[in-house]
Write a protein that binds this ligand. Sequence first.
Ligand code: NHR
Length: 181
Amino acid sequence: MVALARSMVGDHPARPVLVLSNDPDAKGLTRAAEMGIPVAAVDHRPFRGDRAGFEAALLQPLLAAAPDVLCLAGFMRILTPAFTQRFAGRMLNIHPSLLPKYPGLHTHQRALDAGDHQAGCTVHEVIAALDAGPVLGQARVPVLPGDTADVLAARVLVQEHRLYPAVLRRFAVGDRTPVIL
Ligand code: NHR
C-alpha cells in the first residue's frame, strides 16, 4: 500500500483518494495518514456471518471518496459477487503466487511443499471467483535451498512492491498489457 501511494507522484496518472482497512489497528492507516491520504476503517468482526452488511458499511467511505480504481493489498475478506460486480473492471489485487498456481491462502508453504524452483506474485483483476480474474502482471523470484515460508514471503514481497506500482501506472491509463518482471 505504501509502495503504491509513494508511486503516485509527479507525472503518474493517478492519486490516492482513500486508504480503507478492515482492521482499525492496521499500521497502514497510520502510514497513510502521515502521507496525507484520507483514511477509514470498517472492522469486519461485528459483521460475523454478514458479508453483505460488512460490504454495505465499506461502501459508505468508498462512495464518498469516489475512486476510479480500487487496489486490494493484503485485504483478506472474500468479497461477494454483488461487491465485485459493482467495481467490475476497476478493482485489482496482488496475490503472493504465480497464478493460476496457489489461489487462496498459505501460498508460500504450498510452493515449498510442491518443490517449486520459482515463486512470485501476481496482480489480477478482482472478479467473484477467488484469485481467478485476468492477470495484469507477474514477477518471479527463485526458491532457494533452506527457504522457509517466511523467508520466501520476504523475497516475494520485495517484488510485490515493484510489480503493483508498475501495473497500476499502466492500468490507470487503460493499458491492460501484462507487466512481466
Ligand atoms: N474477493 C473476491 N470475490 N475475489 C477475489 O479474487 C478476492 C476477493 C477478496 C480478497 C485477496 C486474496 C489474496 O490475494 C482477495 C481476492 C482472502 C481469502 C480468504 O480465504 C482468500 C484470498 C484472498 C483474500 N479469506 C477468508 C474469508 O473468509 C478469511 C481468511 C483470514 O482472515 O485469514 O474471507 O490472498
